[in-house]
Design a protein around this ligand. Structure first.
Ligand code: ADP
Ligand code: MG
Length: 514
């Protein structure tokens, strides 16, 4: 504009480069030519790394991978016409992969004279990374690149914030949790959406707390390491075929996953679909539950809902395993308590696990624990004895708690209490059953008295008793008992009375009466 001759001028190319820099663009790939060369030079001068490639297609693939790896779009800079046509392959690939990308190409001159602020930059950045990530194209007319503009008349939009984190509906989260809980053969499929969402910590926790088998898609590999014991990648077809509930975490039911259809899947398999893109939900199959939101946020929601009550075996043993000293003795007996406990609780030393043994004997636990405590005291002071008992199993030798207290052996007794042998009922159901009939007629033989306060057996003899119903109470009582090396203690852990272990696929492996 005529009046201010003293003002510093800036080229359109420099403005574009500065706008990209302001949007936190760090990498630019391209093949230069008229009219975009100046943009590459200007970008380089501002510290954006420019990588000159030999074909726009490769440049575009590279820029899109930057988007996947860094969550901010990489830029692909190409000339108009053939350059842009070559870049189309990369744009399509980025879009199909749901990876953010910005492609900038020059085009012929405009006949307008002013440039204005580059509003289109933040808009392109935003649409590339918000919602489902994807490719964006910015067309820059040639005259804009070479135009000289008054420095002060150029305004840059501030850096576009990372996308807001969206969470799924609470009711859907609860529903998903109960569908997973009722699953006989659950399977978690981890896709590249989970990788892009940086959901590794939350998904790993979910896998471990629910003891879920998981299958990564090709680019979902590594979100939870392939070496993880729950990875069923080696038996992919079989895992897909036998699952009755499948949680899709940032993966689409496209050809890679055989469209979610038989014969690769059971015809009545229930899908729980987690995706950030609403349009994706219900594609190809009718999901049992849809969770619209960010994979990482939704995984955390599921984890939080797992803390809902009552606890089940896996929740209990997860928290116990987290605090168990590596060198402790683990004594265990019970049905589900011993079976599930064995799969989750780790042993690191020989002769440090004693359980119902060859004869499947109930009632051995407290005697074994007393022996272990004496050996620990004499031979390896400081080693703790943890005795993990089902409520039924505890009944076979519960009075030895008096012995433990008389000799002041700092044994930690955990009674995993489901109000019964194998399974029991909650207090309300129990009351209803007994409403009209005598207990000897009405009570199923496996039932034990609901909410029995076994911890009072311990406090009766001067040890410490804890009654716990939540993961927090369990964590706290475990912490206290482990810190106290001189007092015997008993933690009575209430769990879901109908809680069981995951179904065994091989019937000949199912134990009949333990
Ligand atoms: P794969 O090839 O690993 O199966 P896909 O590309 O088919 O993965 O699916 C990835 C899915 O992840 C897409 O549907 C996409 O919308 C979704 N997605 C991308 N980012 C997120 C996110 N942050 N949260 C949830 N879903 C996401
Ligand atoms: Mg029991």
């Amino acid at each position: 504009e005529g009046s201010d001759w003293g003002e510093e001028r800036v080229s359109g190319a420099a403005v574009i480069a500065q706008a990209l820099k302001t949007q936190d663009v760090q990498y630019m790939f391209g093949v230069v030519g008229f009219p975009v060369t100046e943009i590459a030079v200007a970008a380089q001068q501002l510290g954006i790394r420019y990588i000159g490639m030999r074909n726009e297609q490769a440049a575009c693939y590279a820029a899109s991978a930057i988007g996947y790896l860094t969550s901010r779009p990489g830029v692909c800079l190409v000339v108009s016409g053939p350059g842009l046509i070559h870049a189309l392959g990369g744009m399509a690939n980025a879009n199909m992969n749901c990876w953010p990308l910005i492609v900038i190409a020059g085009s012929s001159e405009r006949s307008q004279e002013t440039m204005g602020a580059f509003q289109e930059f933040p808009q392109a950045v935003r649409s590339s990374i918000y919602g489902r990530p994807g490719a964006c194209y910015i067309d820059i007319p040639a005259d804009l690149v070479i135009l000289q503009e008054n420095v002060n008349s150029v305004k840059y939009k501030e850096c576009c914030m990372p996308p807001p984190i969206s969470m799924a509906e609470t009711s859907a989260v609860c529903m998903a949790a109960s569908v997973i809980r009722s699953a006989k053969q659950p399977l978690l499929i981890i896709g590249k959406g989970a990788a892009y969402a940086h959901a590794e910590d939350s998904i790993r926790k979910l896998v471990e707390q629910c003891n879920l088998p998981f299958l990564p898609t090709p680019m979902g590999k590594g979100v939870v390491p392939d070496s993880h014991p729950n990875c069923v990648g080696a038996a992919r077809s079989r895992a897909l075929q036998s699952a009755d509930v499948i949680m899709l975490f940032g993966a689409r039911l496209n050809w890679i996953l055989h469209f979610g259809l038989p014969p690769r899947y059971q015809p009545d398999v229930k899908f729980i679909q987690v995706d950030i893109c609403a349009e994706e939900l219900g594609n190809n199959v009718k999901p049992a539950v849809t969770l619209l939101g960010d994979v990482n946020a939704v995984s955390k929601q599921e984890l939080a809902s797992r803390k809902s009550l009552p606890m089940n075996y896996y929740t209990v043993f997860y928290h116990v395993q987290e605090q168990l000293p590596r060198d402790c003795f683990v004594i265990s007996e019970g049905a589900n308590t011993m079976d599930i406990g064995r799969t989750v609780l780790q042993n690191y030393l020989p002769r440090h696990r004693l359980d119902a043994g060859t004869f499947g004997t109930m009632g051995v636990g407290l005697g074994f624990a007393i022996a272990a405590a004496l050996v620990a005291k004499d031979k390896s002071p400081g080693q703790r004895v943890i005795c993990v008992e089902g409520d039924s199993a505890f009944g076979f030798s519960g009075m030895e708690v008096e012995t433990i207290c008389r000799y002041n052996l700092p044994i930690i007794l955990l009674v995993v209490n489901n109000n019964g042998i194998y399974q029991g009922f909650n207090a309300d159901t129990w009351k209803e059953m007994l409403n009209f009939q005598d207990a000897t007629t009405a009570s199923p033989p496996m039932c034990l008295l609901p909410n029995s306060h076994y911890e009072q057996v311990m406090s009766a003899f001067g040890g410490k008793g804890y009654f716990v119903q939540t993961p927090e109470e369990l964590q706290n009582s475990l912490r206290q008992t482990l810190a106290d090396t001189s007092t015997p203690s008993l933690i009575n852990i209430m769990i879901e009375p109908q809680s069981t272990r995951k179904a065994q696929d091989f019937h000949w492996l199912t134990r009949s009466n333990m």
